[in-house]
Ligand binder design. Structure first.
Ligand SMILES: Nc1ncnc2c1ncn2[C@@H]1O[C@H](COP(=O)(O)OP(=O)(O)O)[C@@H](O)[C@H]1O
Ligand SMILES: [Mg+2]
Length: 362
């Protein structure tokens, strides 16, 4: 877009420039921040590698990300509702909570898919469909616009399926280019571009945030999805929206990239501490149970009660630990020791791991 033509939020932004951006991305400030962010992220990856049962660790982190990323879009559930739904296989919960659980499912789907195929338009569509549970597709008709809560239009994305697909193709090429660009900078640029293209009628914010972590895995910065920025974005919302607008309106890539890199540094540090504390907690519980209740102790039992913040008898049965009655006795023993807290909801009994819960939501 020529500089003399001011940005018009009401006009579809069909002039969205292709990637890579023509401005310098690797400024001194950006490179300095990238070094700090990469260092903390590498520490987190190293720590995650040492945790024996990674699947167990990820579940709690991913659920929190699903909740927070949805909350950015005003799809709100409580931790209690969410963890109860996580424990109930029957899907008996309210509609925002279902949408949050679908976000988790979409994230896992993307993670698994990456092992077999590239991060590309088809996968973007699958992720958005899974979140929204509708057969949505690339936008074919005009009418999508981003508004403030008071209804003021702040951005109108490009219009025309062909153009949108071209822009997505250009984004794919950028993602997979062997250009030596720091992967964290690549993630920041990709997130802006995806949101600016805004390929779907809805679900773009959440799909774009899932792509962030998938890109880090794809670029080899993480082995498993453990870095989630939605908590930081929620706490620093102004910077997120201003940063996106700054690129569109003033080609201010630097502020945007710095925002995202800072988000990575802060979040990776917090997640590192969180993972470490959860691991220590689990070791303490393991030690306590093996000493005080050797008759019920097994490594698998401890892992089972750390896999979900809310445990049900059925989980122990499913894990092959015991038959129903014995499993129930195990959980009651753990509750008696203060390791879990029994909590009845309707006719269901949940055994809540408060220690784990505290770490996950803090
Ligand atoms: N000025 C902007 N330009 C481009 N994208 C934006 C802008 N402001 C916000 N966004 C992105 O749009 C998302 C909201 O789009 P939407 O399709 O409703 O996502 P979701 O359905 O996940 O709620 C925000 O989370 C943000 O990522
Ligand atoms: Mg939305």
């Amino acid at each position: 877009m020529p500089p003399f033509m001011p940005f018009d939020p009401l006009r579809p932004f069909n002039d969205l420039p292709d990637l890579p951006p023509t401005v310098e991305l690797e400024s001194r400030a950006i490179l300095k921040q990238a070094i700090a962010s990469n260092r903390v992220l590498a520490d987190l990856r190293g720590l995650a590698r040492q945790i024996p049962n990674q699947a167990m660790l990820i579940n709690g982190l991913v659920l929190q990300e699903a909740r927070l990323s949805s909350e950015i879009e005003n799809i709100v559930t409580t931790n209690d509702e969410l963890y109860r739904a996580d424990a109930d296989a029957n899907g008996n919960t309210d509609s925002p909570t279902k949408e949050v659980l679908r976000y988790r499912q979409a994230l896992y789907h993307g993670f698994r898919a990456l092992k077999a195929r590239p991060l590309a338009t088809n996968l973007f569509i699958e992720i958005a469909r899974m979140i929204k549970e509708v057969e949505l597709d690339i936008r074919k008709v005009p009418g999508t616009a981003l508004q403030t809560p008071s209804g003021k239009v702040i951005y109108t994305p490009p219009v025309g399926e062909g153009l949108i697909r071209d822009k997505l193709h250009n984004l794919e090429c950028f993602i997979h280019a062997r250009d030596g660009l720091d992967p964290l900078i690549k993630m920041a640029v990709t997130h802006y571009q995806f949101e600016a293209i805004h390929p779907f009628e809805d679900g773009n914010g959440r799909t774009g945030r899932i792509l962030n972590v998938l890109l880090l895995v794809d670029q080899g910065l993480l082995d498993i999805p453990v870095l989630f920025l939605s908590g930081y974005i929620m706490a620093n919302k102004g910077g997120y929206y201003d940063g996106l607008r700054g690129v569109t309106e003033r080609q201010d890539w630097e502020s945007w990239i710095l925002y995202m890199l800072k988000a990575v540094e802060v979040t990776a540090g917090e997640t590192f501490n969180k993972v470490q504390r959860i691991h220590e907690l689990m070791e303490r519980v393991r030690e306590l149970v093996s000493r005080e209740a050797p008759g019920i102790y097994s490594k698998d039992l401890i892992e089972a009660i750390f896999r979900h913040p809310y445990t049900k008898i059925q989980f122990l049965v499913d894990a092959g630990l015991a038959k129903r009655q014995t499993a129930s006795a195990y959980l009651q023993t753990l509750a008696g020791m203060g390791v879990l807290r029994a909590s009845k909801h309707g006719r269901e009994m949940y055994y809540i791991n408060d220690g784990l819960l505290t770490e996950l939501v803090r």
